[in-house]
Design a protein. Sequence first.
Length: 278
Amino acid sequence: MDSFRDKVAVVTGAASGVGLGIARALAAEGAQVVLADVEADALGRAASGLEAVGSRVRTHVTDVADADSVGQLRDFVMAECGRVDLLFNNAGVATYNRMVDTTDRDWQWVISVNLMGVVHGINAFLPTLLEQASPSRIVNTASPAGLISCLPYQAPYAASKAAVISLSESLAAELEAMGAPVGVTVVLPGKVESAINESDRNNPYGEKKSILSDAVREYRALVGREFAKDALSANEFGLEVVAAIRAERPFAVSHGPFFRIVVAARNERILTAAYGAS
C-alpha cells in the first residue's frame, strides 16, 4: 500500500497506547481514522488530540468482546465512510497471577478481548473487505509473549497472544489461496509505552489487581521497571507499524535485534528438547 491518503482505517483499543500511536501515524499520512474503544472519555480525548492537528477523525464506543458491538462498529464505519481499507484489531488486556490463583472469569475476560476481539473484528469486516475487491489489510496486535511462551504469571495473556499469531497466519494462508486482495500483518510490540499493565481497571468482573502472592507483585513491578528501559513511545512504534504495512510485511516488531535473539532461543529450546543438542 503505497499511500494512506484518504484510506479509511479502523483502530480498536485506540484511546491509548499502541492503538493511539498507530492512529496518529495514520492521521499524519492523511488517512481517515475511526477510533474505537470501550472507554468513552479516553476516546473523546484521543479524538480531540488528533482533530487539533487537522485530522479527519470519527469515534465509536466499542466492546470488542461483544460481537454485536463490533458489528455496530462496522455498520457505523460503512455509513460514515462507505468503505474500509485498514482494520486494526488492536484492543488488548492483561492480568497477572499464578495459574493456581487465576479464576475462570479472569481467563474468560482476557480471552474474550485478546482473542475473540480479533475474531469478532475479522468476522464483522472481512466480508466487506472481500466485496470491495480492492487492496486492503487486516492488522492484528499480538505480542512477543505469544512466541516466547515462558513468562510466569501471565498465562492467559501469553496464551491469547499465541492464538492471535496462529489465527493470523491461518487467515493469511486462506486469503492467499483465494487470491483475495486482503493482506494480513501481525503486530508484536515489545517494550512500547502503553497502559496495558493497568488494563484490569476494565475487568467487568471487578477482580481488579487480584494478585495474591508477593512473588507476583514483585514480578509485576519488575515488568514495569523493565518496560521503562529503552522503551519506544507509542508514537514511535506507530510509525514502525505504518512502515511495515506500507511494505506489506507479515510482521511488525519492535526492538528487532532483541526480538530475534529471544525468539531464536525459544525455538532452539524446543528443538533441543525434541531432538537433543545439535
